[in-house]
Design a protein around this ligand. Structure first.
Ligand code: 2M8
Length: 416
């Protein structure tokens, strides 16, 4: 299936809906490719870095020249007119930085210091850019400037998004509508605001000097947890080249400490922050458990998070009415929706992050429970973009690359 989605230049996230190179999709694809074709995995990393901007940002979409019908496409971004953008057209946003982790997995599968010398400076520049450009409140945590930089229409963004003035955004046709059921996708109401944010950011070439130029700014814990783990992996990779990786080592420690400071004892979750509202919140989405992936809680706290949140039937865990876990939104939340995109369905990448986090914190039995359930889900319903938590039915696009790639990674653990 990954081979079918392989254009030769990059692996498409899915056959028709997402025909270009998306950032974290590619990194997650490379993690799976490390199990079957390491050189092809390295190509994925190289392809993504072709889209890097001179200031370090690795964009969320690289529009490799292919003749496909996708909207909103490169014209929405106008990257060619932005200082520091590469020759190849890209979006002006970024995405959770899984790349360093992918490079580490590739290197562990087949060590190649030549490859590290080639790609680590780019990864380093991206991470440095994130802390330089996106730490708006000096907390050590970075902000996303658009829901497209994380889990698009997750309810945690609703309030911040509602504040965005929808007028002024361009009107574009949505190609997703031609391929997928509209009740499984973000609404038009959300979409007009997504476009209005792009329009506002485009006015400053996607480099707001202050929050006043960014209509949406959110300290997302999925993004920050992925970054914390990636900084640690980057420091390890520099070590393979005999370098101390000083910036990455201290960034990893700083991020972990800042994440730890977001713990909410009553909610048994970590708090996120809408920077324009200035209020930390627990909104009942799985992002609040993601610091598990970065090894933030100690074993005791991680166990509590597992028992009282992640695996709790009334929150994210399996229940008689919804046996497939983990849900992306707590079942207690009034916003829980079993079919709509990031508002409830089960996603394989989320499960994979949590499995790896539980393992690193010493919760091997708990990690296995989630791993078994995840593998059962893909064997029952195939490699879909997301899944209905009650029926396990495939939702969104079929033949979704990261679902297949991460399955390859998970089954590799089962080899004797
Ligand atoms: C989704 O995002 C795109 C826009 O970038 C969309 O909604 O059309 C998200 O799930 C995102 O996380 C993912 O990287 C992308 C491609 O799979 O699709």
């Amino acid at each position: 299936m990954l081979r079918r989605n392989d254009t030769g230049l990059f692996v498409k996230p899915a056959p028709a809906v997402y025909p270009f190179q998306w950032n974290w999709d590619s990194a997650l694809a490379a993690i799976g490719l490390a199990r079957v074709d390491v050189e092809r995995g390295r190509q994925e990393v190289r392809g993504l870095l072709r889209g890097q901007w001179t200031d370090g940002m690795v964009p969320h979409i690289v529009f490799h020249p292919t003749s496909v019908d996708y909207s909103p496409g490169p014209e929405l971004w106008g990257s060619a007119g932005c200082p520091g953008a590469p020759e190849i057209l890209t979006s002006g946003l970024t995405q959770p930085p899984v790349l360093a982790t992918a490079v580490r997995v590739l290197h562990e599968a087949a060590p190649d210091t030549g490859f590290l010398e080639e790609v680590l400076p780019g990864v380093e520049a991206w991470h440095a850019w994130l802390s330089r450009e996106r730490d708006f409140d000096g907390s050590g945590l970075v902000a996303i400037l658009h829901p497209w930089e994380s889990a698009d229409n997750a309810p945690r963004f609703d309030r911040a998004l509602a504040r965005v003035e929808p007028d002024g955004g361009p009107t574009v046709a949505r190609s997703d509508r031609r391929h997928l059921a509209s009740d499984e996708r973000p609404t038009d109401r959300d979409y007009t605001r997504y476009l209005a944010i792009v329009e506002a950011l485009r006015r400053c070439a996607f480099r707001p000097r202050s929050l006043a130029e960014a209509p949406f700014a959110y300290v997302d814990l999925t993004f920050n947890s992925v970054l914390a783990a990636a900084e640690e992996d980057l420091a390890w990779l520099w070590g393979e080249l005999g370098d101390r990786g000083g910036r990455a080592t201290s960034a990893a420690a700083g991020l972990r400490e800042a994440l730890a400071g977001r713990w909410d004892e009553d909610a048994v979750a970590y708090r996120e922050l809408d920077l324009h509202a200035g209020e930390e919140q627990v909104a009942g989405t799985v992002g609040e458990l993601m610091p598990l992936y970065a090894g933030v809680p100690d074993e005791r706290r991680a166990r509590r998070m597992f028992d009282e949140a992640l695996w709790a039937p009334n929150r994210y865990g399996p229940s008689p009415e919804a046996p497939w876990a983990v849900t992306t939104v707590s079942k207690q939340s009034p916003d829980f929706d079993s079919s709509r995109y990031w508002r409830g369905p089960v996603w394989i990448n989320v499960n994979w992050f949590l499995i790896r986090g539980l393992e690193r914190l010493g919760l091997a039995a708990e990690a296995s429970l989630l791993q078994d359930l995840t593998l059962e889900l893909v064997s029952t319903s195939g490699f879909s973009e997301y899944y209905h938590p009650s029926t396990g039915a495939p939702l969104g696009s079929r033949e979704f690359s990261w679902s297949a790639a991460l399955t390859l990674d998970l089954i590799d653990d089962l080899r004797p």
